[in-house]
Design a protein around this ligand. Sequence first.
Ligand SMILES: [Zn+2]
Ligand SMILES: [Zn+2]
Length: 581
Amino acid sequence: MGNAEIVRLFEEFAVLLELTGANSFRVLANAKVARAAESLTVDLVDLARTDPKALSAIDGIGTSSAAKIVEFVTTGSVKDLEGLRAQVPPGLPALLGLPGVGPKSVRLLWQERGIVDLASLESALDGDRLQGLAGFGPKKIQNLRDGIEFLKTAVGRVRIDQALAVAEAAITHLRAAGVVSRIEPAGSLRRGRETIGDVDLVAVASDGPRAMQAFCTMPGAAKVLVTGPTKSSIRMQDGLQVDLRIVPDEAFGAALLYFTGSKEHNVLLRGRAQQRGLRLNEYGLFTDDGLDAPQDRHPPLASRTEAELYRALGLAWAEPELREMRPLDEVCGHAPLLTVDDIRAELHAHTTESDGAMPLLELVQRAKDRGFHTIAVTDHSRSSVQANGLSIERLLAQIDAVREAELRVGGIRVLAGSEVDILVDGRLDYPDEVLAKLDLVVASPHASLKQAPEVATARLVRAVRHPLVHILGHPTGRLVNGRPGLEPDMHAVIAAARESGVALEINAHPARLDLRDLHARMAIEACVPLAINGDVHGRDGFDVLRFGVQVARRAGAGPDQVINAWDAKRLHAWIASRRGG
Ligand SMILES: [Zn+2]
Ligand SMILES: [Zn+2]
């Protein structure tokens, strides 16, 4: 405990007082203590323990504030603050994080419209329920919408693999406890976005209270944010929020559809329902009698499954990954998307020769066990010193080892390749006569990832135009939630790839997912083939393929567009064609 905690204590006091409508003098007094504590160099906690009287002598801290500090330091909490917290919905202060929104607005939203957190503000905006609220004109309402988007993307989003691990642990826990008969992740996790705000789970439970109890006490749960018969929210130790909604069995499809989103997709579906004199909500599809809550008066026309709901709207089912800002006729009944099972070849893998964990033979054996018809060995090139990149001599020796491994393991084609560095100016890290000896060349940028966009564009275009390159590996070098990487003109890179017949990689590692979904879609539209590679380093290296596949699915890719999904004959012919064969 230190001064920072004292600052937060009084900031919270000020916020909660303001939200509960306390007089402005008290609000200001607490804000003033927070500011005073912030600028002090003396240790207030220490002072509270050793010389409490001296506290109230500090400029800006009065007697009552000093007493609160002492109470906080000795008991760990302050009774007055607990009282205020009990009055204010726990999700309400988060609204203050919206740009341009102050306590007065938040209090108005709460008191006049029953808004208690960001989610309820969002649904009020969706339902046009802010109309007539003093000071909330069209411009302010638009600002709120933008602000919510900003909050969602700017803070607290975790990588999809991290969110998926939490979701799967929760599902396993609830199933093992025998309290749910059906359970599915919804939200952006189901849509396969690269980062996730919070995890949404939709379930059917025979015993609701027991299910909620099991959920709120699951391993790793740090705090129960809210719990009720149909919805509970918990915060995990790593900060991720998980929401569980329990819905009636007969409304499972409608709830899953509603909570999967995206918001834009749901708006389109509701509009289509409206055109047909129907009403779509989280309970099902109903005849529209002009009143709210049609589920209280009508049996649903459809509600059990998503497919049933789409059908009742005259549509084919839409893959969750496609339910983004796209017209319904583009996503409903889309041609079959790629699945993980379609992937039959890994074209980017490292061994212990560079920075991989598996020796060559083990890598080949595991690829064969996985059912792959082809594995390419692509260790790092000589400039990647930190990754123990191969000298020309070591690379040439590895080609012989690869030929031998193919014979020894049998039943799988083993390609001698390299993940060759794209140097800062777009040249490659080995001379052409060396590259020409390889079966497969993946060219990737690893260094100088902060180049100006036009320099990066020229660099990547030059590499793509190189006649010996097959695949442009992780084209931008970005790391999800880590570094932005190169920001080339992707249209130019894709155009060059199309011209020279190079494939663009979706690196499936969840920290990379590079190409990203939008760029993968651009590549598909330009008829540039995609490669989905695990960039295998460890023994679990193939397990990440699902994430790369999800990016490809979001881009609308089917097996035809992904070279790793081609049969051996077609893939090998394509690879050979890049060698004039
Ligand atoms: Zn790499
Ligand atoms: Zn690699």
